[in-house]
Design a protein around this ligand. Structure first.
Ligand SMILES: [Zn+2]
Length: 435
């Protein structure tokens, strides 16, 4: 659907959804009343930004209050009556009490359709067999994902990850799948271990598509290259579990990855806000901000201006693949954000800028703080690995790029290659050393 037509559809659905949320959820009503905004006041997307944001901590608190006051976790936030709620999912791996997502039969249909859209775009058709090697328990990428694959008409083998590598390989041998859904780190592990278990390299397993899920590694060119070469497969990054925010990358070479296509615009309004001021940031080419989403065709527990603490970068210019709509990439957590002289800085932005100078830099660096952020006493101190003996020119060029691109002037400490520890999963770029 062309952009303008999509915005019209979104606005129409948004108005209807906000009225529904207000009428059905005591909590949303309380929240909107307190902010002095009624559903009838919302005539534009801008009006809608007057509805206060909701965080995961707040979600958890409402859930607990609901349990204490009403004897059920759903009474305050869920909009559908109990007899319409057919599934509960929960967040995975986060700290504290899990936050629950309530889903009706209608919502199951939405999730199924979004999953089917993603895999269809990636070339999956009825007749294809897909191995689902992710955690199946509660996690939104578990059972809802199996359902979505079946909805498309393809065949899912929900082997899960609980049985370990051996079980995944056993069922791969038995069912001859064309596609594997797994975390990028499990994919890399499988490439390294396959020969030991099966006597043949991972390329011979027959996978022609690898779908990254659950980790940011699917957006990393080096990881994508290893998966593509190791399996002899096309690599797709995708996201979206048991709810209405879904995206999948298109079929591009690993090095040209720019993010995932947002495939559920008709079900979800996406906004960016400044993590500090909470003011809206325009969705323009390359913009970075905290992701805020709102479901607009949802019955169970519709999210309304929900801020998950993820930092998102968006691209709004047309993708060479020809698919319409914006693309996005999760570039970190808002907890990673730093503020130097009023300027927001993200480790991911520093990493990307330094990569421009490879191979003179190895890509390994740390941000050294004397106390936890976000506020940083200038200058911003960076420790950067370099292969150069004489760093004078390099430093000048890097400082110029930092000034023009990120609007800060860091103090650089140069390190020899291999000085910084390599971390297998997610590198922590910030180190705190009290003076
Ligand atoms: Zn594309």
């Amino acid at each position: 659907m062309p952009g303008e037509e999509m915005r019209r559809l979104q606005l129409e659905r948004l108005k209807r959804q906000v009225a529904y949320n207000y009428a059905r959820s005591p909590y949303y009503r309380e929240k909107m009343d307190a902010a002095g905004i009624a559903p009838a006041d919302i005539r534009s997307f801008e009006d809608f930004t007057r509805v206060p944001l909701m965080t995961k901590d707040e979600h958890r608190a409402v859930q607990e209050r609901s349990l204490a006051e009403h004897g059920t976790p759903f009474a305050l936030l869920a909009c559908a009556p109990p007899e319409k709620i057919v599934r509960v999912s929960a967040t995975s791996g986060t700290t504290g009490i899990p936050t629950l997502y309530t889903v009706t039969a209608h919502d199951v249909g939405v999730v199924n359709e979004m999953h089917a859209r993603k895999y269809w775009r990636a070339g999956i058709r009825p007749g294809h067999v897909m191995i689902q090697a992710v955690s199946l328990s509660m996690f939104t990428g578990g059972l809802p994902l199996s359902d979505g694959i079946q909805h498309l008409g393809a065949c899912v083998v929900p082997v899960g990850i609980e049985g370990g590598t051996r079980r995944v390989l056993e069922f791969t041998g038995l069912t001859r799948p064309q596609a594997l859904i797994a975390t990028p780190s499990f994919g890399q592990y499988l490439i390294d271990e396959c020969e030991k278990h099966t006597g043949k390299p991972a390329r011979e397993l027959g996978f022609r598509r690898f779908f990254c899920v659950g980790e940011p590694g699917g957006g990393n060119p080096a990881v994508r290259r290893k998966l593509a070469d190791g399996f002899g497969a096309k690599v797709f990054d995708h996201t979206g579990g048991g709810h209405a925010f879904h995206g999948i990358s298109c079929d591009e070479p690993p090095e040209e990855y720019k993010g995932m296509h947002f495939v559920s615009e008709d079900h979800c309004v996406l906004e960016l806000v400044d993590p500090r001021t909470r003011k809206p940031i325009e969705l323009s080419e390359g913009a970075v901000g905290e992701m805020v989403f709102t479901f607009i065709d949802w019955e169970g527990g519709p999210f309304m201006r929900y801020a998950l603490g993820d930092l998102l970068q968006v691209w709004t210019k047309p993708c060479p693949c020809g698919m319409p709509g914006m693309r996005f990439k999760i570039v970190g957590r808002t907890d990673d954000m730093l503020i130097v002289k009023g300027v927001n800085i993200y480790p991911e932005a520093i990493r990307k800028l330094l990569l421009e100078f490879a191979p003179q830099v190895t890509g390994q660096f740390r941000i050294r703080l004397s106390k936890p952020g976000p506020a940083v006493e200038p200058p911003l101190r960076l420790r950067i690995e370099t292969t150069e003996k004489n760093t004078g020119d390099l430093e000048k060029q890097i400082l110029a790029r930092f000034r023009s691109e990120l609007r800060v002037a860091p103090a650089i400490e140069w390190l020899a290659p291999e000085t910084l520890p390599r971390e297998a999963h997610k590198t922590k770029y910030i180190e705190i050393q009290e003076d």
